[in-house]
Design a protein around this ligand. Structure first.
Ligand code: IPE
Ligand code: MG
Length: 237
């Protein structure tokens, strides 16, 4: 969800205005995703690198998380949306952590749609976490190093309950992954738009999906695999 700050400044407002607008855009994109039958939407809300921003902005963002959660949780639950926070939640205040966990617990049994919110998430940090866990298990004898394969590795990722994303949308014209889901994006289709996140509307979302529908997904083979989830295509592999 990139481009909030620039949008605010371009409008002659503040970066914070951009973040506020970004929240209402996310609400709309959740609604549209549900309408289209998307089952899992994963958004990058706060990266492990975002702590390097000016303290004012970090504080504003953390406060925004708290306010939005308080305000929206009942509605999200009514809409049968399951909320999951993906990332290392330990640096957040106890209050905020409680709110994250409470939101996960309240919505745990909703099975229509999952919203994964990547918060203090970093792809490299996630891979290091997996490496540590597998090393510990090897040393304790729970597993043998030779048993480690892609499946076992994946089962230790923070996203282990979910299939890999079919489509990655990057707003604001940046052409990089920025430490997002490094393992999981291996075969995702990438759509980059110059539109800043606060202006990413239903129409822009359709453009991304229509573009995705025209892609020829081969997963390293030569035959096209129809646009279905990576998991089903793995059996093809
Ligand atoms: C994305 O917008 C929101 C967060 C990372 C929290 P940015 O804040 O990165 O906006 P730009 O890229 O500076 O315009
Ligand atoms: Mg940015």
């Amino acid at each position: 969800m990139d481009g909030n700050g620039r949008w605010g400044v371009n409008k002659g407002l503040t970066r914070s205005h951009g973040h506020n607008k970004g929240v209402s855009v996310l609400k709309n994109i959740i609604k549209v995703s549900k309408k289209l039958g998307v089952k899992v939407l994963t958004v990058y809300a706060f990266s492990t690198e975002n702590w390097t921003r000016p303290l004012e902005e970090v504080k504003f963002l953390l406060n925004l998380f708290e306010k939005v959660l308080e305000k929206e949780i009942d509605e999200l639950n009514k809409e049968l949306i399951r909320i999951k926070f993906i990332g290392d939640l330990s640096p957040f205040s106890e209050d905020l952590r409680k709110k994250f966990i409470e939101a996960e617990n309240i919505t745990h049994y909703n099975d229509q749609f999952t919203l994964n919110i990547c918060t203090n998430y970093g792809g490299r940090q996630e891979l290091v976490k997996v490496a540590k866990e597998l090393s510990r298990k090897s040393i304790s004898g729970e597993i043998k190093p030779d048993q480690i394969n892609e499946e076992m590795f994946e089962s230790h990722l923070l996203t282990c309950d979910f299939q890999d994303p079919d489509l990655l949308i990057r707003t604001s014209g940046e052409k990089r992954i920025s430490n997002f889901l490094l393992w999981q994006l291996a075969y995702s289709e990438i759509y980059i738009t110059d539109v800043l996140w606060p202006e990413f509307d239903e129409n822009e979302f359709y453009k991304a999906i229509i573009d995705y529908q025209s892609r020829n997904r081969r997963f390293g083979g030569i035959k096209s695999v129809s646009n279905q989830s990576l998991k089903s295509s793995l059996s093809y592999r």
